[in-house]
Design a protein around this ligand. Structure first.
Ligand code: SAH
Ligand code: SF4
Length: 355
């Protein structure tokens, strides 16, 4: 049984060095071990022949390299791939691959469910179950990479935009980011790894110093009244506090930083030109870009997607204020590749058969 064994996929370079030090090994060994795992994708300690027999045995006894169990894979017609992963105890998480002309983005989950209950989000509607471990987070990337590389495809970007709020799981998300950036692991540049948050301000302030990845902020409304309703964590950390933390993030680090503000377009709720103008005023002078996300409907939701012309009008208001704005294209619709949807369906099915 591997239950009590430590899954090495969850350890960043420093943590792995700490573990190996308990066996009397040094940094040189960490590098060899990481090469086996990430470069050669060799998960059998016995085949790591440049490690001593004694170390291989010690690793065998106390550690493992385990990839999450995929229970369902859907390939959409547009190339989007969605995996549903068994998170134990009847829970599921999802990972989505979105190929584009010049890149391949992997959207990963950080928690099973989410406690923040945004009213337009199906993950939020499921409630919170538990945090994922760093090994389960990196496991999603490893699993997808193993599948994609065989097909000649590549993960160029990783975004924490699957299920869960990454900044409520800092303990696992930061070491996972370390590994995504580490040349001995996935070696992605800091611009190609994005944490998306609904605005957990104290964690955002810590993140600004701890990890040099890109930031996306789920704003979705330009005034506190509406944001309190759509993104309830706004009642605790209102817009001005959130934007102040965003400014700290922008000024931290040694390289130039930008923020992507996400804005889900909900018909008749947050999509008027007046609201667009308010948004432009809020973001004035910030190193920011806005991404308008057409709302992805799901059965229990009370919202509708904004009309195409309304989205275009809203975008024009932002353009007029010189704010860089893009509209996210809807992808993978035939496999429900929106946040939390497929995992939600599986849970429903389980409930139905239990009745
Ligand atoms: N918890 C984090 C990251 C996961 S959600 C966050 O909220 O930022 C990733 C993005 O998907 C967020 O911008 C979120 O607001 C958006 N989202 C959630 N449900 C959606 C839906 N039904 N349609 C469109 N976007 C949605
Ligand atoms: Fe959680 Fe993000 Fe969904 Fe809000 S949008 S409920 S923070 S996963």
């Amino acid at each position: 049984m591997t239950k009590s064994k430590i899954n090495l996929l969850g350890l960043n370079q420093e943590q792995l060095t700490g573990l190996l030090a308990t066996f009397g090994e040094n940094l040189y060994r960490t590098k060899q071990l990481m090469q086996w795992i990430y470069k050669y994708q060799q998960f059998d300690f016995n085949k790591m022949l440049n490690l001593s027999k004694k170390l291989r045995q010690q690793l065998q006894e106390s550690a493992c390299i385990e990839i999450p169990k995929v229970v369902k894979q859907d390939n959409a017609l547009d190339g989007v791939i969605k995996w549903v992963i068994d998170a134990g105890a009847g829970n599921f998480i999802e990972t989505v691959y979105i190929p584009e002309k010049d890149r391949g983005t992997l959207c990963i989950s950080s928690q099973v469910g989410c406690s923040l209950a945004c009213t337009f989000c199906s993950t939020g509607m499921q409630g919170f179950n538990r945090n994922l471990s760093a090994a389960e987070i990196i496991g999603q990337v490893m699993m997808a990479n193993l599948y994609l590389q065989d097909k000649g495809k590549r993960i160029s970007n990783v975004v924490f935009m699957g299920m869960g709020e990454p900044l409520l799981n800092e303990k696992a998300v930061y070491p996972a980011c370390d590994l995504l950036l580490d040349d001995l692991a996935f070696g992605l540049s800091r611009r190609k790894v994005t944490i998306s948050t609904s605005g957990v301000v104290p964690a955002l302030l810590r993140m600004a110093d701890r990890i040099p990845v890109s930031l996306a902020v789920s704003l979705h409304a330009a005034d506190d009244n509406l944001r309190d309703e759509l993104v309830p964590i706004n009642q605790k950390y209102p817009i001005q506090e959130l934007l102040a933390a965003c400014k700290v993030y922008l000024n931290a680090g040694t390289q130039e930083r930008h923020i992507l503000f996400e804005y889900v377009m909900l018909d008749g709720v947050n999509d008027s030109s007046a609201q667009g103008k308010k948004l432009a005023i809020l973001l004035k002078g910030m190193s920011a870009k806005v991404n308008l996300i057409p709302f992805n409907p799901f059965p229990e939701s009370r919202y509708k997607t904004s009309k195409k012309v309304t989205i275009e009008k809203f975008q024009d208001v932002l353009f007029a204020a010189n704010i860089r704005t893009t509209t996210r294209s809807t992808r993978g619709e035939d496999v429900d590749a929106a946040c939390g949807q497929l995992a939600g369906k599986i849970i429903d099915k389980t409930k139905r058969t239990k009745k």
